[in-house]
Design a protein around this ligand. Sequence first.
Ligand code: IMP
Length: 410
Amino acid sequence: MKHPLIFGLQYGDEGKGKITDYLAQQADIVLRFNGGNNAGHSLWLNGKKVVTHSVPSGVMYSHTRNFIGSGCVVDPIAIKKELEELASQGAGVGPDRFQIDFRAHITLPIHLALDSSREQGARGIGTTKRGIGPTYSTKADRTGIRAGDLLSDVAEDRVRFLCETYNSLLKHAGFLESSVEDNLKAFREAREFLRPYVSTELNPFFELAKTKKILLEGAQSILLDIDHGAYPFVTSSNTLPAYAAIGGPMPLSKIGNTIGVLKAYVTRVGAGPFVTELNDETGERIRRKGAEFGATTGRPRRVGWLNLDEVKAAADLADCSALALTKSDILSGEEKVGVYSNGKLEFLPGWTDIKQGEVLHPNFKKFLDLIETVVGRKIWVVGTGSDREALYWHHTAKDFWNSNVSGSAL
Ligand code: IMP
């Protein structure tokens, strides 16, 4: 058995949660392998929208186990809040269903202070201010604090050293320091609350991958990858599917279908180049209709037409097997729909509705054909609305664990 992986092909916010949510129903385990609470996955529970940030999307199903992999970063205070909110909405998870790898790094107040101080200066890139960059930086600097440190009695010294080292930077830049006391307080609160959730297994999935259905959940997207995205306007983790082998850690040979999610148009939060950006009424209309405001920060997202050159490059880099297209319904009613490919923007005639009875609207079908041709992959499934069931299977739905969904070359 091989295990499917869901990831984003644009700038995040592609609607991965919807596709993950669907596959999570069939999974035994949902595994997040990168990023932290910079992500915002909108899910549906009993007809109500629920946004998760760190906790994997399998929490909505009582039969799934949810795991935050070694390649993630975790803000303990934020995750506590998230778990409490989930519990109040009827999706509570205890340590039997939710675990954090002991190697995942912990975000403390000093990381938040560093992120926000950088963002206030001229070199800010529009981060989510969740301390993601600094937490990955201190990991690389070997001064970071890991979830496993919550189990140790000597880790408080490491917290002190972390603060001393990085407060000098804050001070130098003229910002308020993040006091050792505040960081120790957060660390102790984290220890109190998160300890039971920390997994100390060295290789948690080697055996499980033989018998249990695992769903690999990527956060952010290929174009935000620290190595392969539009640096420096990127996040601080690797988002490529290959990273699941490290950030799971998932046995490499067990990673199966890689389903790349793309939205029918592009959104981007934060700074950085955006060739197809719409700074006009059309952009405003799509933003409003698509509710394109950050699930984590509430920021209005920048909006533009679909850029297939970027998607093709991202799909090739990721070695993507098949595509999932979301939010095409938001473009329903547009007279013409812009698509950028081969270095130029063209307009296709729009569609009033995605489907006409049981068949696709011919103009929408043309849109799908163009995506498949330029990107060179099949669109497996199309999201047709915000409800959990609003999916159209463009190619026959298969068992994603036991079959190869890439199909024949297009
Ligand atoms: P950071 O990950 O908070 O450091 O932010 C770095 C860049 O990635 C910024 O442009 C953010 O807006 C973007 N980013 C991070 N996470 C997400 C996400 O889940 N969706 C969309 N953009 C994101």
